[in-house]
Design a protein around this ligand. Structure first.
Ligand SMILES: [Zn+2]
Length: 173
């Protein structure tokens, strides 16, 4: 039960982060990597999963921002170009996202950038994540809703340091 509603800005941030992390979750699950997601606050979230190949890591890393754009939930602070994401323009979307080289991806989190950069076939890894996500859009929305529900109180408290997500993750192990 929710005792206090989030203000609309926080609700939007939470929906965006929950969608982003759920993107990582869905692709990591598809690879059989037993992922778990933890949201610590508006700027604090993490997905842990089993050891994987560099291709899988890059695809999982792409999945966060892909999930945001597939559901029109992009995190508001990102400086990435506005570019509609659909099956017909996936290549254009990827090209736009990396137009400035991977430095442009600094608008993502640094672990995501490192993950994407860990495999040289950037278009293929993005495409692999896109295929998995588009085949599981209902699940993506379901996971995002659940993750947002279980995380809303931490948002309310605005505990926004990354250590908080790390702590939750450690507690769950
Ligand atoms: Zn991410």
């Amino acid at each position: 039960m929710k005792l206090t509603a989030l203000n609309s800005t926080d609700a939007k941030l939470l929906a965006s982060i929950a969608t982003h992390e759920s993107g990582h979750l869905i692709v990591a699950s598809a690879y059989g990597l037993r992922p778990k997601a933890f949201i610590g606050g508006p700027r604090s979230a993490i997905v842990k999963h089993d050891h994987c190949t560099l291709f899988e890591l890059a695809a999982i890393s792409w999945a966060g921002v892909l999930a945001e754009d597939l559901t029109a939930n992009r995190y508001p602070d990102r400086t990435l170009p506005a570019c509609e994401l659909a099956r017909g323009n996936l290549t254009g979307w990827i090209a736009a996202m990396i137009a400035g080289g991977l430095t442009e991806l600094k608008a993502y989190s640094s672990p995501d950038v490192a993950g994407i950069a860990s495999h040289p076939c950037t278009f293929e890894t993005a495409r692999a994540a896109f295929q998995i996500l588009t085949a599981n859009l209902d699940l993506l929305r379901e996971f995002a809703g659940e993750l947002a529900d279980e995380s809303w109180l931490r948002f309310r408290l605005n505990e926004n340091d990354f250590a908080n997500a790390e702590r939750l993750c450690a507690l769950a192990q």
